[in-house]
Design a binder for this molecule. Sequence first.
Ligand code: UT7
Length: 311
Amino acid sequence: MIGVGLLGVRFAVPDRILTNQDLEKMVDTTDEWIQTRTGIRQRHILSEGESSVDLGARAAEKLLQDLNFDKTRIDALLVATATPEMLFPSTACILTHRLGLNGIPAFDFSAACSGFVYGLSIIKSFIESGAHRTVLLVCVEALSKIVNWQDRSTCVLFGDGAGAALLSATETDRRLKSILIGADGQYQEYLYVPLGGTVAMSGRDVFQVACRKMTEAATEALSKAHLTLDDIDLVIPHQANTRIISQVAKLLRIPEEKFFVNIQSYGNTSAASIPIAYREAEEAGRVRPGSHVLFVAFGGGFTWGAAVLKV
Ligand code: UT7
């Protein structure tokens, strides 16, 4: 039976870095508070005139170049973003033109920080149904454009970034082993951005539900894949807060060393956080061919998702 294989992941972040020390000059905060509560030391922020489309294009172009991939094989383009440049055309449509992919179906979807796992799930259906064989998934966020830079309780948390992944039909065993996604709008007031507005968040509530839902989703993904915790070699969680990651590790009883964490360098980049972390884990030699990687995400909505991939 046809499955979904991951051909590669690359990412791009803006050159401009905003450190905790920079934030100390902007709001009533300290490097110590930010590091101990979140694990974040710095984040990358778009400069004036730079757009999320530029960032998404950079990540995708790098991926296609590094893999030396014949782009005529790509037959759909999906973009996960909560921060599009425009209501329409979608970022995905604009990117078809920027990347020379004109003519293929392209659309955006929003699942906030769960965007990457939602994308995998949609693509799995596309590929398994036979509708498409090779799909480009771009996860891009320009959160710096929707945070209130006077609100210390949110502006210290987020960063901008993009991750691009190529997924293709495979007959080999190195494929997506299981996936699940979910949503529950009863929590919408804990984390939201009104049209034209900025991020509003009840941090403690988000924290609690995130730990619970990520743990449940990861457990279910393992069970659907007929695997146990011991079979998992690497966990790539959404990078929202190191304390959430530690708590999920504890609840799942997976040693924290198996969790890849790079939030210190990028902050929370929403949909882009998992592909950025996956690529950095790969660069650090942590993604061994034939091993099992667990992705687990949580975001505004609330949305959540988890997937097991044999790489
Ligand atoms: O992808 C999902 C996105 N969102 C999240 O993942 C957020 C999840 N939640 C969290 O990560 C944490 O709740 C936060 C990091 C946002 C906050 O940590 P906390 O331990 O829950 O702190 P708190 O909100 O309860 O605030 C504690 C204190 C408050 O002061 P008082 O009322 O105790 O005097 C805040 O006003 O810390 C204050 N505070 C700050 N102080 C210095 C809030 N933000 C800051 C700040 N610098 N940046």
